[in-house]
Design a protein. Sequence first.
Length: 83
Amino acid sequence: MAKYLASNNATFLAVLFSFLILFASFEMQTVEAKVCSKRSITWSGICLNTGNCNRQCRHLEGARAGACHRQGWGFACFCYFNC
């Protein structure tokens, strides 16, 4: 009787573990689009305010986002688009 219960518990745990692995694999299949960056074509001058860069990239260039990044001796506004 004890061997029968032990084998039932082991089988139950194995099946439960298999379902958990299967469920986790379905959860991980969400993929976001890749993001590419390029220098803003509407920004002029040095970029010191990432918020303004972000706003300009989204509204004037149709980008997902924008941010100031170091380029050469100064900072430039870069926009992020879906690739």
